[in-house]
Design a protein around this ligand. Structure first.
Ligand SMILES: Nc1ncnc2c1ncn2[C@@H]1O[C@H](COP(=O)(O)OP(=O)(O)OP(=O)(O)O)[C@@H](O)[C@H]1O
Ligand code: SF4
Ligand SMILES: [Mg+2]
Length: 346
C-alpha cells in the first residue's frame, strides 16, 4: 500500500436545490457535501461510513466525475477533474470505475454477459476484436466465474452473488486504477457477502487496485479497509487507520479516542450477548431521543452540535478543523484541539 494520493478532494462541496414541498415552488438548498478534504491513497482500500443521507454516494459520484462539485476541487493524479473533457475525460473514465450496489438492476437484462463485459473493452479499444472472447473469459475467471460458456448467458440466469461477480468483472475490464464500490454487498445474503468481500480483497492485492469502499456495515468496513473515513451530514469528521477503528470491546484499546459521532456509530453495532443464549443486543444505541438524526445542526459551527453530548459554546460558533490525534488519525472536533497542542509539545 502506498501513501501517495491517487485522488484528493480539496474543500469539496456539493449543494442541491430541491422543492420545499410537492406543491410548493419555493426551493431549499441541501448541503450534500460541505468542504470535504479527503485523500484516497494509491493501492489502499479506504472505507467510508456514515448514516443514510450523509453524502457517501454523492462523494462517490463526484470522485468518478459523474457530477461536478459546487465548490472546491477533485484532483486525480494532480489533474483537476473539472478541467477534463473529450479524450482526457474518456481516459479518466477508463482509469476510474464503479461497482454498483444492486447486482440486479446494474446489468442490462437484454444483453448477454459477453456483450456486457466486452462493451468497455470495445469503447476503450482495450483489445482487438479477435481477442475479445478470450479477454471476457479471463475477466470472468478473475472474478471467480470460470465455468465455460457462462458468457453466452443472460443476467437473469445468475444468482445475486454471481451477478455481483459479473459487475466486478465489468468494472475490471478497463484495468482501472481506482474502483469505487458503493454498498457492493448490501443486497446479498450474508454467506455470499463473505465470498464477495474475499474476492475484493484478493483482487485489490493481485490487480493492485485502489478502492473507495462505501458501506453501512461497520464490521465489514473494518475487515476490508486499510483506512476508514467517517462522514456526518456531508462532512468528514474522522479518518483513521484500520487499527484505530476498534469496533468491539476486544479490539478497542483503552487509549483509543474518537469523534463523538464515531463513538455513537460504534456503540450502535449489535454485539453477541455474553449469556450464551445467542441473541444480540446493541450495547448502547446512538439513536436516543436527544441524539436523533432529525435534529438540525447550526448554520455555522460543528455539524454534530445538535446531537453531541459534549457540545460547548465554541462548537455552535466555529467549525472545528481537523487535528492529528495519533499516527495518521485525524478528528474534526473542538475537544481535540488541546490534544494536538499536547502532542506538539512532546
Ligand atoms: N440529485 C439529487 N438531488 C437532490 N438531492 C440529492 C441528490 N442526490 C443526493 N441528494 C441529497 O443529498 C444528501 C446525501 O445523499 P446521498 O445519497 O449521497 O447519501 P448516502 O450517504 O449515500 O445515503 P445512503 O446511505 O442512504 O445511500 C441526501 O439528503 C439526499 O437526499
Ligand atoms: S466540535 Fe463540539 S459539538 Fe462538535 S463533536 Fe466536537 S464537542 Fe461535539
Ligand atoms: Mg448511498
Amino acid at each position: 500500500m502506498g501513501t501517495s494520493a491517487i485522488c484528493s478532494l480539496e474543500q469539496v462541496s456539493k449543494h442541491y436545490r430541491v422543492k420545499k414541498g410537492f406543491f410548493s415552488q419555493a426551493t431549499t438548498r441541501i448541503k450534500a457535501l460541505n468542504k470535504v478534504n479527503l485523500e484516497i491513497r494509491r493501492q489502499e482500500i479506504l472505507g467510508l461510513v456514515g448514516e443514510s443521507g450523509c453524502g457517501k454516494s454523492t462523494l462517490a459520484r463526484l470522485v468518478l466525475g459523474l457530477e461536478r462539485p459546487s465548490g472546491g476541487k477533485i484532483l486525480f493524479e494532480q489533474t483537476d477533474l473539472s478541467s477534463l473533457s473529450g479524450k482526457g475525460l474518456k481516459d479518466f473514465r477508463k482509469r476510474a470505475q464503479m461497482v454498483f450496489q444492486d447486482p440486479f438492476s446494474s446489468l442490462n437484462p437484454k444483453k448477454t454477459i459477453f456483450q456486457i463485459i466486452s462493451q468497455p473493452l470495445r469503447i476503450h479499444k482495450i483489445c482487438p476484436r479477435e481477442r475479445l472472447e478470450q479477454e471476457v473469459r479471463r475477466l470472468l475467471t478473475l472474478a471467480g466465474l470460470s465455468t465455460p460458456g457462462l458468457e453466452r448467458r443472460y443476467p437473469h440466469e445468475f444468482s445475486g452473488g454471481q451477478r455481483q461477480r459479473i459487475g466486478i468483472a465489468r468494472a475490471l475490464a478497463t484495468r482501472p486504477e481506482l474502483v469505487v464500490m458503493d454498498e457492493p454487498t448490501s443486497a446479498l445474503d450474508v454467506s455470499i457477502q463473505a465470498q464477495i468481500i474475499n474476492l475484493i480483497l484478493d483482487l485489490q492485492e493481485t490487480e493492485r487496485l485502489t478502492c473507495l469502499f462505501i458501506s453501512h456495515d461497520l464490521p465489514i468496513v473494518q475487515f476490508v479497509s486499510h483506512r476508514v473515513a467517517v462522514m456526518y451530514k456531508g462532512t468528514i469528521v474522522e479518518t483513521m487507520p484500520k487499527g484505530a477503528f476498534g469496533l468491539t470491546k476486544e479490539t478497542a484499546s483503552n487509549n483509543e479516542i474518537h469523534h463523538p459521532y464515531t463513538s455513537f456509530l460504534m456503540k450502535s453495532i449489535p454485539v453477541p450477548s455474553t449469556n450464551g443464549v445467542g441473541d444480540c443486543h446493541a450495547f448502547e444505541s446512538s439513536q436516543t431521543e436527544e441524539h436523533a438524526p432529525g435534529i438540525s445542526s447550526p448554520e455555522s459551527g460543528c455539524v454534530f452540535w445538535g446531537r453531541c453530548p459534549y457540545g460547548m459554546k465554541i462548537c455552535q460558533e466555529k467549525e472545528p478543523v481537523s487535528v492529528e490525534v495519533g499516527k495518521d488519525h485525524f478528528i474534526s472536533c473542538h475537544l481535540f484541539k488541546a490534544k494536538e497542542k499536547e502532542r506538539q509539545q512532546t
